[in-house]
Write a protein that binds this ligand. Structure first.
Ligand code: FES
Ligand SMILES: [Fe+2]
Length: 353
């Protein structure tokens, strides 16, 4: 696809509206997600389990996948090699995977183990009866996967340099912080909205009271965007070690977005992972996973009331979907100070993987 976004933000028009509204343009973009890394799970979600389905990956890249945990963590195809039934449908702790349709079993390494009533079948089993495996990447207890991820591998180093001091692998999954929403809007509108703090004073009154708008910063890197919220007044902040590049600043939140749909929001209490999952051109699923670091800091500061902020964002994004569907709107312009993240994202949509 040709690049419709000028590299010079001061000259560029925003994303043409057809990318938010037309099925064909949507498909063109989403079909390239196979070469990206997607969030699969945090280690603390896998405790006591030998396999968990990754339902969101099916929507994200069109592949049913499951994580299996034995001596190592693997990402396997979640499709039975007999007649294609989905294998793992819920978190499970059995030492093998058994298909619920006709009883074929596999080891946690994906190797075929056995199958009833297949005595006379020639050249069986063969390598084709094993479950295909997908690559995984683990960064500080967070597991990422994809079909053939090769794009933007450097994002993990970028995060490591900045926040590698946080004991992210020790954060604890908190089921009560799980949320799942479906909204009537294109996935990219949800990402656009996330990538600017420009709207905070207009849309998020309470959050605006917790953050110093003038100090809010946006940094671009290959494969993602980091936004840093600085606390206003005596709001909770990170206790930064002197090794941190931000030592001396009153950081209230690190908001990382990784292309295409991973949002890692770090607060003094821990991490909120938000996954943006395109369902169709005008429908998107948002899934939240919460991981707690310091319970005593829950409910305070910039990450204090995420449900309220989410509701405010969803209202805006759904209304914007209606707006960009109008025949009188095609493209706008960017603020050169407040919309660098959105511009960067729009450029990335047309970069080769
Ligand atoms: S589809 Fe799995 S055993 Fe038949
Ligand atoms: Fe917002």
């Amino acid at each position: 696809m040709s690049q419709p976004i000028d590299p010079d933000i001061s000259k560029s028009m925003t994303l043409p509206s057809r990318f938010y509204t037309e099925n064909e343009s949507f498909r063109e973009i989403v079909s390239s997600f196979g070469n990206c890394w997607h969030f699969a799970a945090h280690r603390s979600q896998l405790e006591g389990a030998s396999s968990i389905p990754l339902n969101h990956m099916e929507a994200m890249v069109g592949e049913a996948m499951a994580l299996t945990i034995s001596e190592e963590v693997r990402c396997l195809s979640n499709v039975c090699t007999h007649r294609g039934m989905i294998l793992v449908t819920e978190k499970c702790n059995s030492s093998s995977i058994k298909c619920g349709y006709h009883g074929r079993t596999f080891g946690l390494d994906g190797c075929f183990k056995n199958m009833p009533e297949f005595g006379g079948v020639k050249d069986f089993p063969s390598a084709q009866d094993n479950l295909p495996e997908f690559p995984i990447m683990e960064w500080k207890g967070m597991i990422f996967t994809g079909i053939s991820p090769s794009r933007y591998n450097s994002v993990f180093n970028v995060m490591d340099e900045r926040i590698g001091w946080m004991p992210i692998d020790e954060f604890r999954h908190d089921e009560s912080r799980h949320r799942s929403y479906e909204i009537d809007a294109n996935w990219a509108l949800y990402v656009d909205n996330y990538l600017e703090g420009f709207h905070i004073p207009f849309v998020h009154g309470d959050l605006h009271d917790a953050l110093d708008y003038d100090s809010y910063s946006t940094e671009l890197f290959e494969g993602g965007v980091l936004q840093i919220g600085i606390a206003k007044g005596d709001e909770d902040t990170f206790d930064l070690p002197d090794s941190s590049p931000d030592f001396g600043k009153r950081v209230a939140a690190y908001y990382y977005w990784l292309f295409p749909g991973v949002m890692l929001n770090f607060y003094p209490w821990g991490l909120s992972v938000n996954l943006v999952i395109p369902i169709s051109v005008k429908r998107t699923k948002i899934v939240y996973h919460g991981f707690v670091w310091d319970e005593s800091k829950l409910g305070k500061g910039a990450g204090g009331n995420l449900d309220k902020v989410e509701e405010e964002d969803q209202d805006i994004v759904e209304a914007t979907q209606r707006g960009v569907s109008s025949s009188s709107y095609d493209r706008g312009r960017y603020s050169t100070t407040r919309e660098t993240g959105v511009h960067h994202f729009h450029r990335m949509l047309f970069e080769d993987g």
